[in-house]
Design a protein around this ligand. Sequence first.
Ligand SMILES: C[C@@]1(CC(=O)O)c2cc3[nH]c(cc4nc(cc5[nH]c(cc(n2)[C@H]1CCC(=O)O)[C@@](C)(CC(=O)O)[C@@H]5CCC(=O)O)C(CC(=O)O)=C4CCC(=O)O)c(CCC(=O)O)c3CC(=O)O
Ligand SMILES: NC(=O)C1=CN([C@@H]2O[C@H](COP(=O)(O)OP(=O)(O)OC[C@H]3O[C@@H](n4cnc5c(N)ncnc54)[C@H](O)[C@@H]3O)[C@@H](O)[C@H]2O)C=CC1
Length: 276
Amino acid sequence: MSKEDFGGGSLLIAWQLKGKNVLIIGGGEVASQRIASILVTDAHITVISPIEGLNPRTKQLIESYAHRITHYNRVFFGTADFEGMDMILTALDDVEISRAICQMSRAAKIPVNAADIPDSCDFYFGSQIRDGPLQIMISTNGNGPKMANLIRRKVEKALTGIEGEAIAKVGELRERLKVRAPGVGGAIGKRRMKWMTNLCNAWTLEDLVLLDGETMEKLLDEGWENDCVPSPATLGSRQQSSINGIFPRWGTAYAPTIGLVVGVLCATLVIISKRR
Ligand SMILES: C[C@@]1(CC(=O)O)c2cc3[nH]c(cc4nc(cc5[nH]c(cc(n2)[C@H]1CCC(=O)O)[C@@](C)(CC(=O)O)[C@@H]5CCC(=O)O)C(CC(=O)O)=C4CCC(=O)O)c(CCC(=O)O)c3CC(=O)O
Ligand SMILES: NC(=O)C1=CN([C@@H]2O[C@H](COP(=O)(O)OP(=O)(O)OC[C@H]3O[C@@H](n4cnc5c(N)ncnc54)[C@H](O)[C@@H]3O)[C@@H](O)[C@H]2O)C=CC1
């Protein structure tokens, strides 16, 4: 990044909303997308909208997640509705009410997003790719939402589909490592970070996906304790790096199918040669 690149952007962060309260004012199509995005975070959702204004997906989400979504069948009353809220989203077909809500939210110091007024938003939503713990957001910073949607499709095609699973395994391994070598910061923190970095550099996604609890402990015994990163092949039967070497991207997914096809071909050749 050159010096001239600073400025004109927005902060991309993974906002932790678990246990927080999010108010959504409006219950139409955009609100249904907001509800889905917020449900992922384990926040509690309050939706304010007259029932006749709810679109079918919003209705279905409110019914299916009744324990996590409180719906008030009425219009927005005013700042009394902000009580206890940590975030406010408007998805209204009335820009004047939306603008007024933004002003009230700002006065109450609660972050606000208005679907119809980019200039009044404290933050924007983006096009999302989710695969377990992997979260990718594409943002055009308000310039072209449809372009964000199109670029998301391109990025989706570039992924193998096993990144999320591999990251989840790395997460589990990091937890086990912290149990074995506890402590925050200092020399232990440095050593943990170096070891994890070396492991992630050396192992493929396919290698990581194959890790189970037992192999993780073995990896820590042989790797962490001896300050080295063993190759997957040395760690036991589930780590079949030879398959991954031949089919690095689809080894785990297609290896059984490829084995079956090769087997059937061989059997056919044997039958044909016997008939002759
Ligand atoms: C500023 C922002 C505020 C915010 O919503 O946070 C905003 C604002 C507005 N969007 C409008 C229109 C459309 N929005 C979409 C779609 C999405 N919009 C999303 C985000 C954002 N939209 C934020 C900026 C994000 C960024 O810049 O990257 C996405 C990425 C995420 C999401 O909404 O969750 C989601 C795609 C998700 C996906 O597919 O993955 C489509 C396409 C479609 O529906 O298929 C259209 C029609 C085509 C078009 O206009 O491009 C209008 C009306 C404009 C008008 O009246 O002319 C406004 C208001 C305005 O711009 O004035
Ligand atoms: N940011 C984005 O990605 C997009 C934004 N938009 C904009 O978002 C806005 C909402 O779009 P849609 O959801 O499609 O509209 P919609 O017409 O489907 O929904 C509007 C909702 O607002 C509710 N409502 C109206 N007045 C209310 C009040 N005083 N209190 C509580 N609820 C009230 C209605 O009951 C209804 O549920 C529009 O202004 C549109 O231009 C549209 C597409 C994408």
